[in-house]
Design a protein around this ligand. Sequence first.
Ligand code: PXP
Length: 243
Amino acid sequence: MPPPRLGVNVDHVATLRQARRVAYPDPVAAAVLAELGGADQITLHVREDRRHVQERDLQILRRTASTRLNLEMATTPELVRIAHEQKPDVCTLVPERREELTTEGGLDAVGGREVVRRVVKTLRDAEIEVSLFIDPDLDQLRAAHRADAQAVEFHTGRYAEARLAADRRRELARLLDACKAAAKLGLRVAAGHGLSYQNVGAVAAIAEVEELNIGHAIVARAVLVGMERAVREMKELLREARP
Ligand code: PXP
């Protein structure tokens, strides 16, 4: 069986850039390197407060990404307009609260069914595939199916954050049930959030999972595995300055 496709989320490259409001590191350059490394998709979240990814990043990535472009977005009129303009291959609808550190919990496809259905329709009418980022919960899954989404991405945060082995097992079982149910409904199944080099194995082993979207752990590791070379290059410049 082939492994799940990997979507690399480049948001946190932009987080590092925005910390200084400079031009580097560029998430577009990171996306090129991610694709060279084998990424099957580039994922990015244009947040309402633009805390990391900027619209310009999306515009450039739309023209340069050679794999698939997955835009994570809230169900707001502004983001729907941006999606219509930029036409990513897929839009993943996510909940968004200004004060949160990262996306906490899945979209409420049950409570927000009218808005979700409307946004799914307008995006699908523009021939953009739509995925809903939901908790591994059967009510949410049924609502996603009723809203006519083509895919779901299950929020793996509770699994990733579980400290006790028993909690982790319980969350994994929940995820497994939800993945099987989603596949039965004919939905494409993705998963993500909080996945790391330590915890990804059990989720990647779920046969129904076709795609994983991973950001923070990959960007964090890139900082470390690239540090030695970065320092060596700076030392070289210092040497060259005094021949
Ligand atoms: N998938 C979705 C829908 C997300 O919102 C996020 C976080 O932006 C991720 C995947 C990636 O999460 P992480 O950065 O924890 O790997």
